[in-house]
Ligand binder design. Structure first.
Ligand SMILES: Cc1cc2nc3c(=O)[nH]c(=O)nc-3n(C[C@H](O)[C@H](O)[C@H](O)COP(=O)(O)OP(=O)(O)OC[C@H]3O[C@@H](n4cnc5c(N)ncnc54)[C@H](O)[C@@H]3O)c2cc1C
Length: 522
């Protein structure tokens, strides 16, 4: 099975355009398929240093595959055949010693280095860029560092290499009856090192779902040497050195290994979907749930538009997809209590709860319709691009007390921007995570593109979205990272002295500035 040249995932899994056309025409009118262009990849500026020859490639195919991430503008550029950002060289170290040799070589030969995990960045984080005074660019593919090296069954810990992709990681842990239980939507094509570097969020709505909580200790190879943290379940000793690495987005060093907190696979499950006529009542229900201590694994509130475009319901209701799971005890009590809370807010659960004790068939309910649509989402975006639509998502987190104004402000700003930029469109929202102090709303927008102008249209829409989030007290990202795309807004929300301190750390660990120029800061 082959990776898609410019789009998401595997070519074989692409959604047929006709199926998507039928879904979008009711919203956007008749559409036609655009024609992509063959890939244009510039010649390399520099030759591979002999020391790296045994584990590097300058082939056109491999350089094109490392030219950019999977954001909307990346995919449009790929569709148009623009691979001008391709690195001069792709290096795939098989050992940490080869990785150290690569960094030494890059410093000496003045090559900018971009660590590359799965390449699923949606913020321009994985795109090679020439730093000031650099002669060329090198994409450092960590894909050969893909093993679970050690499992501490007693402590529920596993030592795992940074380049392993989600499915291979889970497969190796399954042999021990364990799971990392970290499932971002990009799970199949993103890596442990990438998750740690970007502070990824898994798809569980509450409890340990952010990679931050799953990292026990890390091993970072920096141009100045090794930065390895000690294995403690917790420590009160000054500032946590793990926290310097988690979220460092490849600018301080390369994560080669981490001890991760793993757990037995859950076998007890309960789920339900609840419909609400009134969105405000649904939000109140989810707030009460998030503050109840019940900790649902799934607690996704889809607003009416989100429910409609995902094919869950079409009657203008909002839908709450609820799920609980445990490796040790029945979830019947939890789901019953959650449904008592939603009923107090006029939530209707017509199908009742589905409870599974042990592995069994998945229920064919709205939750399952939602799950299918969740996994197809990235493939759908590729089809929308080919049908000439500007379609993307953005996400944030805010306090409960600010949510109503943020929702109204952001959907209002996006409807206005879609009208101005695309002549109309749709914007929808779901919660991906909920905390006792606030939700993480995730917005989708789709508008009609003008052939050849899609990138300019996207930039205008993205600016409108980001400005609206900042104006209403939302962070520029809950889990998509900063990269280069979110930098202007990140610089506004981070304390200036903190950014100065981070730059000082960068100067200490990467004094020649070879790693990821332009990501997080200049
Ligand atoms: C369809 C789709 C769905 C997504 N869903 C989610 C989601 O549910 N949750 C979520 O959090 N994100 C999601 N993302 C964003 C993306 O998948 C995450 O940011 C992910 O963590 C990136 O992992 P990766 O291995 O692909 O990293 P890459 O894209 O390869 O790299 C991301 C950044 O990390 C750096 N980096 C990578 N590996 C290392 C390493 N070993 N050491 C140091 N730096 C490194 C890179 O230089 C780059 O700056 C999604 C993206 C797409 C396209």
């Amino acid at each position: 099975m082959g990776r898609h040249a410019w789009g998401w995932g595997l070519e074989e899994a692409a959604i047929p355009l006709e199926a998507v056309r039928a879904r979008v025409e009711p919203f956007f009118g008749a559409s036609h398929a655009l024609t992509g262009s063959p890939a244009e990849v510039p010649s390399p500026r520099v030759a591979a240093p002999p020391r790296l020859a045994a584990f590097s490639s300058a082939s056109t195919a491999s350089r094109a595959a490392h030219a950019m991430g999977k954001a909307y503008p990346d995919r449009v550029r790929g569709f148009r055949g623009d691979f001008s950002s391709a690195p001069d060289l792709v290096v795939t170290p098989r050992t940490e010693a080869e990785l150290i040799a690569t960094l030494e070589c890059a410093e000496r030969e003045r090559l900018s280095v971009t660590p590359f995990g799965g390449g699923s960045s949606v913020v321009g984080g994985v795109e090679p860029r020439l730093g000031p005074n650099a002669n060329g660019t090198l994409s450092l593919d960590l894909g050969a560092l893909e093993r679970v090296l050690e499992v501490d069954v007693v402590s529920h810990l596993a030592r795992i290499q940074g380049g392993v992709l989600g499915p291979a990681l889970e497969q190796q842990l399954t042999a021990h009856g364990l799971t990392l239980r970290h499932f971002p939507q990009s799970f199949e094509f993103s890596s442990l090192g990438g998750w740690i570097a970007t502070r990824a969020g898994g798809h569980f709505a509450t409890g340990p779902t952010h990679i931050d909580e799953l990292v026990q200790s890390v091993r970072l190879v920096t141009p100045r040497g090794l930065f390895e943290t000690r294995q403690f379940p917790a420590s009160g000793a000054a500032v946590d050195p793990n926290r310097l690495v988690i979220g460092s987005e490849g600018v301080l060093g390369v994560i080669t290994e981490a001890w991760m907190r793993v757990r037995p696979k859950p076998t007890f499950r309960a789920s339900a979907s609840v419909q609400f006529t009134d969105y405000a009542a649904a939000v109140n229900a989810v707030r009460e749930l998030s503050q109840s201590g019940l900790q649902p694994a799934n607690c996704r509130l889809l607003d009416a538009m989100e429910a409609m475009i995902n094919g869950v319901v079409f009657d203008g209701s909002s839908v709450l997809v609820l799920g609980f799971e445990s490796a040790s005890h029945s979830m019947r009590g939890s789901i019953d209590e959650a449904l008592r809370i939603t009923a107090r807010h006029q939530g209707r659960c017509e199908q009742g709860a589905q409870v599974r004790e042990g592995e069994g068939e998945r229920a064919q309910d709205a939750g399952e319709a939602w799950r299918r649509s969740f996994l197809q989402g990235p493939y759908l975006q590729d089809a929308l691009i080919q049908l000439g639509l500007v379609a993307d998502t953005f996400e944030t987190a805010c306090t409960w007390s600010r949510f109503d104004a943020l929702y109204a402000g952001v959907t209002g700003a996006m409807n206005e921007a879609l009208q101005r930029v695309c002549g109309g469109g749709v914007v929808s929202c779901r919660f991906t995570h909920v905390y006792p102090d606030g939700p993480a709303p995730y917005f989708t927008f789709i508008g009609r593109g003008r052939e050849g102008a899609e990138l300019e249209q996207w930039h205008e829409l993205k600016r409108a979205a980001s400005d609206a989030l900042a104006a209403h007290g939302g962070t520029i990202t809950h889990h998509h990272a900063v990269g280069r795309t979110h930098r202007p807004w990140y610089e506004r929300e981070a304390p200036p002295l903190f950014l100065d301190a981070l730059k000082a750390v960068k100067r200490t660990l990467d004094p020649a500035g070879v790693l990821n120029p332009g990501v997080l800061f200049d």
